[in-house]
Structure formats: C-alpha cells, structure tokens
Ligand binder design. Structure first.
Ligand SMILES: Cc1cc2nc3c(=O)[nH]c(=O)nc-3n(C[C@H](O)[C@H](O)[C@H](O)COP(=O)(O)OP(=O)(O)OC[C@H]3O[C@@H](n4cnc5c(N)ncnc54)[C@H](O)[C@@H]3O)c2cc1C
Length: 392
C-alpha cells in the first residue's frame, strides 16, 4: 500500500470513529461565531476534534494550526469526508479568505498569533471593503486610519458587511495615505468587532431577514501589529484576498455534504419525470446541459487544487471561476424553480413544502452571486486585462 492509500485508509477510520451523527449529512456548518446560538452541540464537538487534527485547514503548516497535507492528501481527505457524509467542520471567511492571505503576506509573529485562532474557529470574520460610493471602484474608499501611538484610529463607514453583527473579527481596507494616488494610499488591517468604536447595524431586507450591515467606525482601534503587509501596500493584499474569495473553493470543500443536497436531477425526476423516473423530453436537454457544465466546473476546481503545490489559489484566473460558478448557480436555481412549476415560486403558506420554499429563496438569493465579491462585469474586465492581456 503506498503512502497516499495508507493516509486515505487511516483518515477513513478516524472520520468514521470521530464524526458525530449531528455533523453528518445535509445541515448547517459551524462558522466560528459565538454570537449565533448553536442548536446542534455536535457541530462544536466536530470542530474541536478536526481542529485538534489540523484538519480545519488541512494544507496549512502544522505550526499555524494545519496538518501540512499535500494537495493529493487534501483531495483524499475531502473524498473520505464525503464518503462518511461528514460536513466540513468550519466554513468562514477566516479559513477561506483572510487566513490564506495572512499565510502569504503576514509576518512570522502575525502567522503564529492569528492563524491558530482561525484554525480553531475562535470567532467568525467579516469583510470591510465596500463603502457608499466605493463598490466596483473599491480603491475610492474613504474610511481612514490615522496613527496614534501603538495603534491606529479608524473613522468612516462600510456597507454591505455580510455577517457584520455576528462576527468577532473584520479584515478591513482603510485609507492611510490621503495624498497618494488612490491605489497607493490603502492599508489592510484586522480588527476586533467587539469594541465601542464599531457599530454594525443590520440592514433589514424585504424578506424580513438581515444578512448584512452598515458598519460605522468612530475612533475604532486597530493595533499597529495588526496591519498585514506594509503601510499603503494594502491594495495588493486586498486584491489577493478577493482571488481566494472568487476561487469558489468553498463549494469544493462543502461539495456534496452541505447546503445543496437536492440536485437538479432529483427535482427533474420528482416534478417532470414519467413513470420510469425518466425526465420528460421538454426538460431533458436543459438538465443535461446544466449537469455537464456543473461537472466540468467541479473537475476544474479539483484540478486547480491538485496542481497547486501548497494549497495556494491561482491569480487573476480566479475571475473565470467566479463568472462561471455564479452564472451556473443562477442557471441551477432558475432551472429547479421552473421544473417545480408553480410550486417553485412559493414564498409562504401550506401549499408549499419546505424544500419548495427553500428553493424559491435560493433562486432569489442566487441573483446576488454575480454582484458580491466584485460583479461579473468587473470580473470580465479583469479577465480581459490580466488574463487575456487586452489593452485598457
Ligand atoms: C449579497 C451581497 C453580499 C455582500 N457582502 C459584502 C461584504 O461582506 N463586504 C463588502 O465589503 N461588500 C459586500 N458586498 C458588496 C459588493 O462587493 C458590491 O455590491 C459590489 O462590489 C458592487 O458594488 P456596488 O454595489 O457599489 O455597485 P456599483 O459599483 O455601483 O455597480 C453598479 C453596476 O455597474 C456595473 N459597473 C460598475 N463599474 C463598471 C465598470 N468599470 N465596467 C463595467 N461595469 C461596471 C456593475 O457591474 C454593476 O452592475 C456584498 C454585496 C452583495 C450583493
């Protein structure tokens, strides 16, 4: 048996023994937030056990809370988790976005101090990028950070801060160079959300829910030692973080065990199948076409993981992943709603089952996917310039 087979076998036995029932099959993930009541105690047990093994961030070095797995071992681990139905122990912006960014740009002290906190899931993270007047044109941001002894004082406002009110930490882009050209006057900090100078106010949505906030800063404090990379070099750091966000790795990690359990084929068979479970002609082509594209995307994501030597995300090409995956997400949710017919568009009431109600919400939510993390128009600009090398 070669080393990889050996690893796979051991992982499978360990997962089978240690993954509690409440962390298997479809269901919610642990986000690290202590501000969201955890209805299912198994999620905490699962997080702690996996963190102990270094498997919340399997490819990170051991000294920072990881397990130093090779990319082959990482893929094998994901496959074994899938085979026992184990959900990922932790999904948040710490493991997916700011952690990999600190690995690349942080100094040794920051890596030793911050990365283990992320790996153990001690707190959730939110992203302080967008501002009123600085969305697609992010470099126009105006929130300032001014030095004050060993710290910086932050003043200004962010908007659309997803999970701002339930996060313990924020990574934030701030203006530290007021007279420099706009891209050259930005710094990247991490910031504690639980302090008097930070006020995250949930924005009430028409659905009644509140997933994102307006976040106000009035002399909020960030430690000097929490500036990632150098003064006024934050634009490079912030852009790199967006590449991690856009890579869609979250979907690969969560694939098959989490939120999207009901597949397009399931829905097609149930609502548009004949007696043999064969999908009716009218929908067969669109279902097949979606399934082929979704499969190709998954294989491409997997290839990217396998080809990267140390779990790193590729550069500007991640914009391609973002466009393809968000377009597909829209096609998927729209197709599922159409397959369900009038049952696919219910908002509330006894006439719809829970899956149908969830489907309608997913369909509406998927419209936002081509806006957040940089709209698809902006991604196409990046692809044109940075991947294809076309002139401005
Ligand atoms: C669900 C959701 C969650 C979000 N979460 C966060 C978060 O956690 N943290 C955070 O900081 N932000 C977050 N955002 C904000 C998001 O990053 C911005 O909405 C996005 O960058 C677009 O900015 P804008 O809304 O200001 O639109 P605008 O920049 O005003 O754009 C309006 C339209 O013009 C188009 N456009 C603009 N410039 C160009 C151009 N140069 N070329 C072609 N087309 C262009 C855009 O594509 C868009 O269609 C979230 C947004 C959504 C929808």
């Amino acid at each position: 048996m070669n080393t990889l087979d050996h690893f796979r076998k051991e992982a499978c036995v360990w997962l089978e023994d240690n993954c509690p029932p409440g962390a298997r099959g479809p269901g919610p993930f642990h986000t690290g937030s202590s501000k969201i009541p955890l209805d299912n105690p198994d999620l905490q047990v699962w997080l702690e056990r996996m963190a102990e093994k270094g498997w919340t961030v399997p490819t990170w070095p051991k000294e920072y809370g990881g397990a130093a797995l090779t990319s082959e071992q990482y893929v094998a681990l994901l496959e074994e988790m899938k085979s026992v139905g184990a959900r990922p122990p932790l999904i948040n912006r710490g493991t997916m976005m700011v952690g990999p960014t600190i690995l690349e740009f942080g100094n040794e002290e920051q890596k030793k101090r911050i990365l283990p906190i992320i790996a153990r899931g001690e707190g959730a993270w939110c992203q302080g990028y967008s501002e009123p007047g600085a969305g697609s044109d992010l470099a126009s941001l105006r929130t300032t950070a001014v030095p004050d002894g060993d710290r910086y004082l932050i003043n200004g406002q962010k908007i659309w801060t997803s999970d701002g009110h339930t996060s313990e930490w924020m990574f934030i882009l701030v203006r530290t160079g007021p007279i420099e050209p706009k891209h050259d006057g930005i710094s990247f900090f991490i910031l504690n959300m639980d302090q008097p100078g930070v006020d995250a106010r949930p924005i009430q949505l028409i659905s009644g829910g509140s997933h994102f906030c307006e976040t106000f800063f009035e002399n909020a404090v960030a430690d000097k030692r929490d500036m990632i990379s150098e003064l006024n070099k934050g634009w490079t750091v912030g852009k790199r973080l967006l590449q991690h966000e856009r890579s869609g790795m979250e979907m690969l990690v969560s694939g098959g065990t989490g939120r999207r359990q009901t597949t397009v084929v399931d829905v097609a068979r149930k609502y548009c199948g004949n007696n043999n479970g064969r999908i009716v002609d009218e929908f067969r082509e669109s279902v097949t076409s979606y399934e082929m594209d979704a499969h190709a995307l998954k294989l491409t994501q997997r290839r990217i993981v396998e080809e990267s030597t140390d779990g790193k995300t590729p550069g500007a090409a991640t914009s391609i992943m973002k466009v393809v995956s968000t377009d597909l997400e829209k096609i998927q949710t729209e197709l599922m709603a159409s397959l369900r017919g009038t049952q696919g568009y219910g908002w509330e009431g006894d006439g719809f089952n829970q899956e149908e109600l969830n489907g309608a919400r997913q369909f509406l939510r998927s419209r936002a996917a081509s806006i957040y993390s940089g709209s698809n128009e902006i991604q196409r600009n990046i692809i044109a310039k940075r991947v294809l090398g076309l002139p401005d």
